[in-house]
Design a protein around this ligand. Structure first.
Ligand code: FE
Ligand code: ZN
Length: 493
């Protein structure tokens, strides 16, 4: 029986057929379902009862036997039709020319100072800022405000000596106040601070208060449509500890659309914030922890997984410290020669680390998070269980990796591209393998966990990861939903 016959039948009975219902009738007919009987049932049921004589998609859905519903509806409903709205704002592939050695770092720090000075100077409440040279010359009484990079923190029993540097000189200031000393603990080396100092009678500059560049309280941008984005990272495909079963469950959850359909159908983007593969030679003895011993093979395995994800979902991938790309920040995107299959996927966009993108008007800063190691190591009270707290400090510092010469490395560059110029609406990080989130002055801070169970190295370090859970964010209100794929089997999906 053709579709026109079915519709004629309905019209003859005084019924209209909604366009979406027509689509469904068409696809049911393609699957050899006897639609005529179903329509007849609906007409019988609705005749006389209701004054609205329309056959809707929901009517058909309700009239279908559950056996048909499961096998047909889930694969035929055309509800994935969210149009994409993507802008790539900053992709660090466009990094400026590298400078050699010392000169390069000089210009990098100069750029850092100038950019951050600009940020703190623009604050409406900002008092006049003095340069170090003029303050040192005068040594006058009264309070002075200086913006400088923190070169050193000498923590003593009841005091701290802070060494500050600006483009005119260096100044050591002394902090004795308990509250100020507490504040200094949350100051990262090589970051910019604004200090209020007063010279003592003996001419010693005393620190009265210290401020980070910070972000203003703001209302974040939201999408006018309800669109969901999945934030994830640290798959570590190729590692023996990669949770392939859990990841398969995740893929089936996305493509089978049997569970949480109301969420799944609104998922338009998937962001992977680095360490998508485990890499090789990342640490001594890694070969013992690997299942796939070749980087290209690891990317092939990754693309075989990602290819199963519906093509309507757009995927963004940045590198991490396990990817075969320059380790010093900012990192360019993963080279094409290692990951040809990913580059060939039309729904995959490869970006550098960090990357700044806008999805449906929502600004998203994606950063793998290597420098979080240094933040954790140098800030008292910070732990691997709360990476979002460490990310908050980076946001307040307005820099993704200020600490120089420790675990994280940076390239000598003309411009410091790690300064957070534009405050993001969502700040996405990984690397710590622990799911965590925090709202700070309008910014949603997310650390997206991982897909790798605890490695022997993590066990030694006392790091307990939370793999197999994904945070999903509704871009229309920034609400976070988490979906846990641990201890799930494909039957549960
Ligand atoms: Fe990782
Ligand atoms: Zn990492």
């Amino acid at each position: 029986m053709s579709i026109t016959t079915v519709v004629k039948e309905a019209l003859d009975n005084g019924f209209q057929v909604e366009p979406k219902a027509l689509d469904l009738i068409r696809s049911l007919q393609e699957k050899d379902v006897n639609v005529n009987r179903i329509i007849q049932d609906i007409i019988d049921k609705k005749s006389g009862k209701s004054s609205v004589k329309t056959i809707t998609e929901r009517d058909i859905d309700a009239a279908l036997p559950s056996s048909i519903k499961e096998s047909v509806i889930s694969s035929t409903k055309k509800t994935r039709h969210i149009e994409s709205k993507v802008e790539i704002i900053i992709n660090t592939n466009d990094s400026t020319a590298l400078l050699e050695g010392k000169d390069g770092f000089k210009s990098l720090f100069k750029s850092r100072y100038n950019k951050l000075l600009n940020i703190v100077s623009l604050r409406p409440s900002r008092k006049r800022l003095d340069k170090i040279s003029s303050v040192v010359k005068g040594r006058k009484e009264g309070s002075r405000h200086i913006a400088g990079l923190v070169m050193n923190k000498k923590i003593q029993r009841n005091s701290v000596v802070l060494t500050l540097d600006d483009d005119t000189g260096i100044l050591e200031v002394l902090a004795m106040d308990k509250k100020v000393i507490e504040d200094i603990k949350q100051v990262l080396l090589d970051s910019l601070v604004v200090v209020d100092i007063q010279f003592s009678k003996r001419g010693v500059p005393i620190l009265r208060s210290i401020e980070l560049p910070d972000v203003p309280e703001r209302t974040p941008n939201v999408s006018s449509k309800q669109v969901y984005t999945i934030f994830t990272s640290d798959l570590h495909v190729g590692s023996r500890n990669f949770l392939s079963e859990e990841f398969e469950c995740f893929i089936h959850w996305l493509k089978d659309r049997k569970k949480d359909v109301e969420i799944v159908d609104k998922i338009k983007y998937l962001i992977i914030a680095g360490d998508a593969i485990d890499g090789i030679g990342v640490y001594p003895g890694q070969e013992n922890d690997l299942e796939v011993l070749d980087v290209e093979e690891q990317y092939i395995a990754l693309s075989q997984l990602l290819e199963q994800i519906p093509g309507s979902i757009e995927i963004f991938i940045i590198p991490g410290n396990h990817d075969p790309v320059r380790q010093a920040l900012p990192q360019p995107s993963i080279p094409r020669k290692y990951a040809k299959d990913l580059y060939n996927m039309s729904n995959v966009t490869m970006l550098g680390n960090p990357a700044y993108i806008r999805l449906h008007d929502v600004n998203i800063l994606i950063y793998h998070g290597r420098s979080l190691d240094d933040v954790m190591a140098t800030t008292p009270g910070f732990t691997f269980t709360r990476p979002a707290v460490a990310m908050k400090l980076l946001l307040r510092t307005r820099h993704l990796g200020p600490v120089y010469g420790k675990r994280n490395s940076v390239i000598p560059d003309l411009e410091d591209n790690l300064v957070i110029d534009e405050v993001p609406d969502i700040f996405h990080g990984g690397h710590i393998h622990t799911l965590d989130s925090e709202n700070y002055r309008g910014t949603l801070i997310l650390n997206s966990g991982s897909w790798q169970s605890q490695t022997p190295f993590q066990a030694k370090m006392g790091v307990v990861p939370t793999p197999g859970i994904i945070p999903i964010v509704d871009l229309s209100n920034h609400e976070v939903i988490t979906k846990d794929f641990r201890q799930m089997s494909l039957n549960d999906i």
